[in-house]
Design a protein around this ligand. Structure first.
Ligand SMILES: NC(=O)c1ccc[n+]([C@@H]2O[C@H](COP(=O)([O-])OP(=O)(O)OC[C@H]3O[C@@H](n4cnc5c(N)ncnc54)[C@H](OP(=O)(O)O)[C@@H]3O)[C@@H](O)[C@H]2O)c1
Length: 234
């Protein structure tokens, strides 16, 4: 794993493996138990990472609100909330999104062009108290975000547990670079269908002989939902 945070993907999907419907509307099909599960996973993290598409879909991020979980965080020496990191190549985010009013530390992981775009777009539209606290620019010579180096940087800042909250594009880019350690997938009792509806891992896909393999760590069922916990088999 090297010098980077331990990474866990947490996603809810339909029984046919879709994380949203074809219109990419916010996925709100999980039960209360699934939301509690997600909140618990977020509460054990130092930071959460999600794609700009996920932020555009929801407009907000899930914060820890359960008093017991908040107490456990402070007793464990963690900040009240994990840092919420958005990854965006373009930097084209909505400064009026309710995300910017949420009581969390916000960081942006982007390219140099993305940082410039965001600076211009947000200028005068966002107050100092709610803007991104950190803008992390990590770019390869190909002009794409260098997630591996960015993760190493996060680890130097004391981020050892990173929750990856989707969507499929972000997860694919990290699986391709072997940067994911665990998956929590909740199978919810509905069918979303649709050839273009997003799935947990998008990208170009893997050829069967070369595909990353998983080990099932645990599985439990709560009412109609199945919670699957996998570890990457290395
Ligand atoms: N069921 C669930 O648990 C769950 C969880 C999360 C999301 N979702 C659903 O997933 C959908 C959103 O997913 P999505 O496919 O749009 O994926 P996404 O990964 O959230 O967003 C894609 C965008 O994020 C940025 N991005 C992601 N990976 C990047 C990388 N490696 N380097 C640079 N930028 C990167 C890019 O932003 P720019 O375009 O700004 O460059 C890209 O266009 C929504 O419908 C949402 O409801 C479901």
């Amino acid at each position: 794993m090297g010098n980077r945070p331990h990474t866990t993907v947490i996603l809810a999907m339909s029984a046919d493996g879709k994380i949203a419907d074809v219109t990419r509307s916010p996925a709100r099909f999980g039960s209360k138990a699934d939301k509690i599960h997600l909140e618990c996973q977020i509460a054990t993290s130092d930071a959460v990472l999600f794609g700009a598409g996920t932020l555009r879909a929801y407009g907000t991020t899930l914060t820890v609100s359960n008093p017991k979980l908040l107490q456990q965080r402070t007793q464990g020496g963690k900040s009240f909330q994990p840092v919420h990191i958005v990854i965006s190549h373009s930097g084209n985010l909505d400064p009026e999104s309710p995300f910017f009013a949420q009581p969390v530390s916000r960081w942006l992981l982007t390219t140099a062009a993305g940082a410039d775009f965001w600076a211009k777009k947000s200028h005068g539209k966002i107050s100092d108290s709610v803007r991104f606290e950190e803008i992390l620019v990590f770019e390869t010579s190909m002009g794409i975000i260098d997630i591996s180096t960015a993760l190493q940087h996060l680890s130097t800042l004391g981020i050892t547990q990173l929750a990856v909250l989707g969507g499929g594009e972000l997860v694919a880019s990290m699986v391709e670079l072997d940067l994911i350690d665990e998956f929590w997938l909740t199978i919810c009792p509905l069918i979303l269908g649709g050839a273009t509806a997003p799935t947990p891992v998008e990208g170009k896909g893997f050829l069967a002989p070369l595909t990353p393999r998983l080990q099932l760590v645990e599985v439990h069922t709560v009412e109609q939902e199945v919670f699957l916990h996998y570890r990457l088999d290395r």
